[in-house]
Design a protein around this ligand. Structure first.
Ligand code: TRP
Length: 336
């Protein structure tokens, strides 16, 4: 996949998204965000959906969604996403996208939806009854992808069932009504999973993450608290010593070195020295991003302008897709 993209970047359309449930953290930076910026800079058109309707799949309230959408946008731009080349928009602002969900819903059965392992896991975590939106949000996500004509979707493993469903829906639509959709392909990144300060996977919702927007002092305090183990000598052993190895991954990725070499350097310096190195690597590498982010957040008018432009471009694409869908289905009644 990477090789095909490098050979002809303009032929692909990368589509990806985030829920606006909080600021992005170091795990996002090393995983999805760095990957998006790299693809963008290689000449691939990128579209990012800020999935505001997905916030209410597992909770009652959208929260301070306006601040979060602007904060997310500031994270993207500070990390190097370029609003001239890339399209960034909140999906609630693009009505045509949601209309696509109706024909897509007709192509899937109740039992197919209930089998989705990601929905099952989110249902268990939510501790709530299954809402109609949680059950059908993978179809809504397919509408995100297909309405924006995405052909490549960079995803984590947990999102693979949604991508498979998207491919099934595209195929079924095409078989029933004629060829409208390309089947999008997943792009799995090889980045190691970053652990949070409690030793579990870093996640916005777990309070174990270090936000891109954190100050240098907040970063130092969070890393000082990070879980390690009781062995004095530091070595790189992702299976046997996951917490120590994750800190080495972090320090090495941001410090431009290799985790094995870094472990050897720290040696008997122990966890305190490892945390000091990780803090220094994060704070040094992120200083320019954080400065830029502060400027962006101080200028909400600029951020809103970027959204206005993203919404206009996304609406044009979603409108074209919807027109093709209605043509294929024969639900166009008036001449244009
Ligand atoms: N469900 C994704 C997540 O929780 C976010 C998302 C929404 C998305 N729409 C998308 C991802 C379209 C890829 C493509 O991370």
């Amino acid at each position: 996949m990477e090789r095909r993209i490098a050979a002809d970047p303009g032929r692909f359309r990368v589509l990806t998204g985030d829920r606006p449930t909080g600021d992005l953290h170091l795990g996002h930076l090393l995983g999805s965000l760095a990957n998006r910026v790299r693809l963008q800079d290689a000449g691939v058109p990128i579209t990012v959906v800020i999935a505001d309707y997905q916030v209410i799949t597992d909770r009652d309230h959208v929260g301070p969604v306006r601040e979060r959408v602007l904060g997310l946008l500031a994270d993207y731009l500070a990390a190097g996403m370029d609003p001239e080349r890339s399209v960034i928009f909140p999906h609630s602002a693009v009505p045509a996208l949601h209309q696509l969900m109706l024909p897509l819903l007709s192509l899937v059965t109740d039992s197919e939806l209930r089998r989705n392992p990601t929905v099952k896991a989110e249902l268990a975590d939510s501790g709530r009854p299954l809402s109609g939106l949680l059950l059908t949000y993978p179809v809504h996500q397919a509408a995100d992808i297909l309405s924006m004509a995405g052909t490549v979707v960079p995803v984590g493993r947990d999102q693979l069932p949604h991508l498979e469903l998207t491919r099934v829906l595209a195929r079924r639509f095409n078989e029933r009504y004629g060829p409208v959709f390309a089947e999008p392909e997943p792009l799995l990144s090889a980045v190691p999973v970053l652990l949070g300060t409690d030793g579990r996977k870093m996640a916005k919702s777990r309070g174990n993450s270090i936000a891109l927007s954190a100050t240098a002092d907040e970063t130092a305090a969070a890393l000082r608290r990070a879980r390690t183990d009781s062995l004095r000598t530091i070595d790189y052993d992702p299976v046997g010593r996951p917490e120590v190895s994750s800190l080495l991954d972090l320090a090495a990725a941001l410090g431009g070195t290799d985790p094995v070499a870094l472990a050897a350097e720290i040696g008997d310096g122990g966890a305190a020295e490892l945390k000091r190195r990780a803090t220094e690597a994060v704070n040094t590498a992120l200083a320019p991003l954080r400065a830029r982010r502060r400027e962006l957040v101080a200028d909400p008018g600029y951020l809103q302008g970027v959204l206005v432009d993203g919404i206009a471009r996304a609406s044009a694409t979603a409108g074209e897709t919807l027109a093709a869908v209605r043509r294929a289905m024969g639900t166009e009644y008036l001449p244009h």
